[in-house]
Design a protein around this ligand. Structure first.
Ligand code: COA
Length: 333
């Protein structure tokens, strides 16, 4: 059985904070943030939630695929910032969309989450267990951000992206690629955030006050070094494993964390920057939502064509990282 992406969608909150707004909160500047990260602004939730953004992105992806919600067999939501512990975000998305036949669960692997959701869905589809999957990355990182910490608050934003995967007879190559993924819990201290529901007897932490461990904390240089070493390596591994030459790849769709990381990865792979689309200037780092938001933008701009090979590569807290090869195929093409 083969399977492929056949529709995309996204939802971006309309409210924005640019670098000048951030400079009113912490000692920083537009120039510093742009130079070190490439980020100019980020979109921040107002009335939206992680679940509401996930549902809207999912609805748009199904519309793009031209499939009714009843056809969906599996809904996976990748998130580290759901507004709900119970029920899971995926079940809420099911309810909102009327995807009554779907099995639903969430997945948590930070900025590698969408790649792992893609791999998980592909395993179900190519294994013949399900025919149609809706995978979503949705994040409200503004809720986990310490707005007094200039080392992190400049980086993150909110949003959701989604893709519909469909099993079928798409030709020999499609869906037969093996992914490469890695985790290293031993280096987890580089990027942490405690749960607001971290129990100490009867004292459930309410997530307020000055305890910064309940917000994202990061060793920026350690994460940077990890990304520029491990991401080119894992892309090299996935290409070698599947006997695909770099020349066959049309685009490398990397997790959108930092322009400098993307530039170093491109250089280390010896590939031109035109193959590395970016939108982080507009959205900042939206964790597991960044890859599907970029994928949806490119799809709607008409930049993705049947037969193109793409590499999706994620990396982040855990530490976790991984890459997958996707052969683009629209049900309508
Ligand atoms: N504005 C102005 N100055 C800042 C600043 C800010 N927002 N943040 C840090 N600085 C200062 C530091 O205090 C330090 O000052 P000092 O030299 O007087 O001590 C100086 O800038 C350099 O700090 P450093 O942490 O070495 O900066 P950097 O070049 O490593 O850039 C990051 C910081 C966070 C932009 C960079 O490390 C990075 O992008 N890391 C990867 C983060 C990431 O992508 N995480 C998510 C992965 S999924």
């Amino acid at each position: 059985m083969t399977a492929t992406i056949c529709g995309t969608g996204s939802y971006i909150p309309s409210y924005t904070m640019d670098n000048h707004d951030i400079a009113k909160l912490v000692d920083t500047s537009d120039e510093w943030i742009r130079e070190r990260t490439g980020i100019a602004r980020r979109h921040i939730i107002q009335n939206e939630t992680t679940v509401s953004m996930a549902a809207e992105a999912g609805r748009r992806a199904l519309e793009d695929a031209g499939l009714p919600p009843e056809e969906v067999d599996l809904i996976l939501v990748s998130t580290i910032s759901s507004n709900l512990i119970l029920p899971c975000a995926a079940c809420e998305v099911q309810k909102e969309l009327g995807a009554v036949n779907a099995t639903c669960f969430d997945l948590s692997a930070a900025c590698t989450g969408f790649v792992l959701a893609y791999n998980t869905a592909m395993a179900y589809l190519t294994g013949g267990i399900y025919r149609t999957a809706l995978i979503i990355g949705s994040e409200s990182l503004s809720n986990l951000t310490n707005w007094k910490d200039r080392g992190t608050c400049i980086l993150f934003g909110d949003g959701a992206g989604a893709a519909v995967l469909r099993a079928g007879d798409f030709g020999k190559a499609v869906g037969t690629y093996l992914p490469v993924t890695h985790s290293d819990g031993g280096r987890g201290a580089a990027l942490t955030c405690k749960s607001r529901h971290d129990y100490n007897g009867l004292n459930c932490h309410k997530g307020s006050g000055d305890d910064v461990s309940y917000y994202m904390q990061m060793d920026g240089q350690a994460v940077f070094k990890f990304a520029v070493k491990n991401v080119p390596e894992v892309i090299g591994e996935v290409l070698a494993l599947n006997h695909v030459d770099p020349e066959e790849i049309t685009y490398y769709i990397l997790h959108q964390a930092n322009r400098r990381i993307v530039e170093v990865v491109a250089k280390r792979l010896g590939e031109p920057m035109e193959k590395f689309p970016m939108n982080l200037e507009e959205y900042g780092n939206t964790s597991s939502a960044s890859i599907p938001i970029l994928l949806d933008e490119m799809n709607r701009q008409g930049r993705l064509r049947a037969g193109q090979k793409l590499v999706l590569a994620g990396f982040g807290a855990g530490l976790t990282w991984g890459a997958s090869i996707v052969e683009w195929r629209s049900l309508r093409q």
